[in-house]
Write a protein that binds this ligand. Sequence first.
Ligand code: ADP
Ligand code: MG
Length: 278
Amino acid sequence: MADRESAEPATDEPTTMSNPEPTTTAETDSDESTGESAAAAAADRPAIAATDLSHAFGDVRVLDGVSLSVAPGEIVALVGPNGSGKSTLLRFLARVRAPDEGTVTIGASDGRARVGYLPQQPGFRAGFSATDTLEFYAQFVDDHVDVADVLERVGLADAADRRVDALSGGMTRLLGLGRALVGDPAVVVLDEPASGLDPGMVERLFDIVSDLADAGVAVVLSSHNLGPVERTADRVVVLDGGRFVADGDPRAVVESVGAADLQTAFGDLVATEEVTGR
Ligand code: ADP
Ligand code: MG
């Protein structure tokens, strides 16, 4: 798994670089010029609309016609066993790659809003400090970026001058989160953002996610931290066997299998699918 991830450079590409239109946030946000009804329509529009996504690697079918719509300000948590296709789906949502079949639309109908993306294995250019790194990405967005503020938000203020190659795995992930937040994108896609973080930082990570959603950002994240997911997410989507085996608010998903909590429900949902499905 780790080998495959590291063998795939696309996972390390920052969205600001790989997005076809990296600097169009201002355009897609400017409802003033388009009148009130257009603004109202924009508010109704999903931040992410993914329809009928299917994908196979060789003869391994990873996604089998999944659709997902995420509203502005909504937190969707994607959970599923290792190898169930979470990272693949998140790459499609972040538009760092295209699925075999299906469409992904982000934001306005022109589909040009930016997405902040944290890959599962974020990578950075060795030798740069944390500050240098975010300043590098900041130059690709139109708005002024307060890099010190971004570092503060992700809990890396004390590591601002530290070289990225001297950061721990968890801190590297936090820097990747900071990179995803540069330019205040309306959509943020985070692949296992809490992985490798100590318990305090996990709580902080989910607090950051809540704050983003409160500010109207659409967040899709994958996580194995089902406690914080159950407390924080508006919606939990369980991916297994290439399909969503559950999709609803955490309480509904837990109750659908008569479980006590999401951890237990997860075991039931995924195990059931394994027995009856593949
Ligand atoms: P998850 O993130 O849920 O662990 P992934 O999306 O990383 O799952 O992987 C889903 C499946 O697709 C796995 O079987 C994995 O080995 C396979 N896979 C992912 N990326 C590639 C790739 N670039 N080439 C071949 N197989 C891949
Ligand atoms: Mg993954």
